[in-house]
Design a protein around this ligand. Sequence first.
Ligand code: HEM
Length: 214
Amino acid sequence: MTGFALDLRKSTATAHRDAESTGFLSRLAVGAVPVAGFAALAAQHYLIYRELESVGERMRADPVAGAFVDPALDRLPTLEADLRELHGRDWASAVSALPATERYTSRLRTACAEWPAGFIAHHYVRYLGDLSGGLMLGPALRSSYGAGTSFYVFDRIPDPRAYKDAYRTRLDALPYPPAELERLAAEAAIAYQLNIDVLRELGLDFPDDLAAAA
Ligand code: HEM
């Protein structure tokens, strides 16, 4: 890997470490979060992706950001299906935003809706993460929680590694000047922090549950 994709990975490596080592995710990976906590994460994802994918619809027409928008990535339908499995037909009434999720969706609305590079930053942090750690986490979540895990499956992306390679090639080819690439990387760091904040708030709402881990 060379070029901007590598720069972006390097500049966000510490943020990535912080995100993957949040207590909530570590406990989720071993089934030590109650199912209500797993469902609360799906609800926060639903609110975040509803905003991200709605910005994506508008970005489709952008000559640069439009190349990143791909229906094969769409997570909203999987989250709706998962929430229906977890909460039943009345799932929408079980979805409420944590303060950190409000901040995240508000950032997507205000900073990205009119700024293609900002949108790419948020797109990268979520979807490349979903195609990496998300796919790794999926089998463990399926064995712990059973229902509501289709978010962690990409039916329409049979070869995630090849997909990520092509994605990084698109990042390397971004036609932005260096200052704009720097702003994009700074926005990716913000996106990581917004994710970390959501995971920390979930960790406070669903603290260590040793009984479930046993
Ligand atoms: C259980 C927690 C996690 C694990 C085990 C994990 C693991 C990984 C691994 C192994 C990669 C490298 C994949 C590759 O080179 O193709 C990766 C990449 C990535 N992850 Fe995570 N991750 C986790 C959580 C997160 C979270 C919470 C986010 C952000 C919300 C995230 C965002 C990303 C991104 C954007 C990349 C691509 C980095 C790049 O190559 O530029 N990850 N992750």
